[in-house]
Design a protein around this ligand. Structure first.
Ligand SMILES: O=P(O)(O)OC[C@H]1O[C@](O)(COP(=O)(O)O)[C@@H](O)[C@@H]1O
Ligand SMILES: [Mg+2]
Ligand SMILES: [Mg+2]
Length: 335
């Protein structure tokens, strides 16, 4: 029974039995993510006081300039998971390839792999605007006891066993699902404890907020342009309000609470869109669907896309059911 203000630790133990593969391993994994999130939160909160702002002076496999906090968060999540020997592999936005984790006895006994966007919204890091972390968890497909392979990571989103995000904002929250609804926990910084503050989160059926980088408008497909025009029309409960933080986690979180749609379409400049399927779109899609929302790439359900590459990008439309359906209606007219 979900009790408001239950600690995350209590919630994990209490809900372990409702998880069909429960052996305690996933609980340990979520606990490790909780710990790493607190370490990163501590650094983010005092970012201006320590030498952690600005560029790290390196580019990642996406060709993006890495921020010092990207590198810090990446190291913290990887070392926290590695040291606890609870995963057999990790893939990260900041790592070219996946990392195979050998347990001390070299027996690869663990059955979960984690895919992570250690710091989401990097363009906002230096300007004190909320950022996040995104994680996605799968059971491996290769036999336990053997080294993980790429196949363990290239699984469709509908195979996820858990997914979540941390938002480092005015407060710090960890929101996650194991396929049994979505729950949000707020960190009490004085106690260093996450408490259940948002039980059973649900996207409102519809909303009045649309989130898209309109700076790319001229490059969008006609169907997307039509939907944005629809949002801006003086009719019925419209025009909607445009809100775009530029951190997927923060835009998604606001829209899940208030009702809204987030869009990162493909365009003549970003042919496959910008967001990465495996550690941005799939985890957010799992949460959206568990919260009665929708997540599509256009016609296709994001979680049914068969991945082909670790860092592949896809167009992403996600949010309140009725708003995503209206967008699809606009797209269907042309494509
Ligand atoms: O600046 P743009 O092109 O609008 O892109 C913003 C989007 O890119 C991202 O920052 C990509 O994520 P990373 O910061 O993890 O690379 C999303 O969080 C955000 O929604
Ligand atoms: Mg990101
Ligand atoms: Mg990132």
């Amino acid at each position: 029974m979900t009790k408001k203000n239950q600690t995350l630790g209590e919630f994990i133990i209490e809900n372990q039995s409702s998880f069909k593969y429960s052996s305690g391993e996933l609980s340990k994994l979520i606990n490790a993510i909780r710990l790493a999130a607190k370490v990163v939160n501590h650094e983010v909160n005092k970012a201006g006081l320590v030498d952690i702002l600005g560029d790290a002076g390196d580019t990642n496999v996406q060709g993006e300039e890495q921020k010092k906090l990207d590198v810090f968060a990446n190291e913290k999540f990887i070392s926290t998971l590695k040291n606890r020997e609870i995963v057999c592999g990790i893939a990260s936005e900041e790592e070219d390839s996946f990392i195979a984790i050998n347990s001390n006895d070299n027996k690869h006994q663990n059955k979960y792999v984690v895919l992570i966007d250690p710091l989401d919204g990097s363009s906002n890091v230096d300007v004190n605007v909320s950022v996040g972390t995104i994680f996605s968890i799968y059971r491996r497909v290769t036999p336990v006891g053997t080294p993980v392979t790429l196949a363990d990571f290239l699984q469709p989103g509908n195979k996820q066993v858990a997914a979540g995000y941390v938002v480092y904002g005015t407060s710090t929250m960890l929101v996650y699902t194991t396929g049994d609804g979505v729950n949000g926990f707020t960190l009490n910084p004085a106690l260093g404890t996450f408490y259940l503050s948002h039980p059973n989160m649900q996207f409102p059926e519809t909303g009045k907020i649309y989130s898209v980088n309109e700076g790319n408008y001229v490059h969008f497909l006609q169907g997307v342009k039509d939907y944005i025009k629809y949002c801006q029309q003086e009719e019925g409960d419209r025009p909607y309000t445009s809100r775009y933080i530029g951190s997927l986690v923060s835009d998604f979180h606001r829209n899940m609470i208030k009702g809204g749609i987030y869009m990162y379409p493909k365009s003549s400049v970003t042919e496959s869109g910008k967001l990465r399927l495996l550690y941005e779109c799939n985890p957010m899609a799992f949460i959206a669907e568990q919260a009665n929302g929708l997540a599509v790439g256009g016609k296709s359900r994001i979680m049914d896309i068969e991945p082909t590459e670790l860092h592949q990008r896809v167009p992403f439309f996600c949010g309140s059911r009725k708003m995503v359906e209206k967008l699809q209606e606009c797209l269907d007219k042309y494509h």
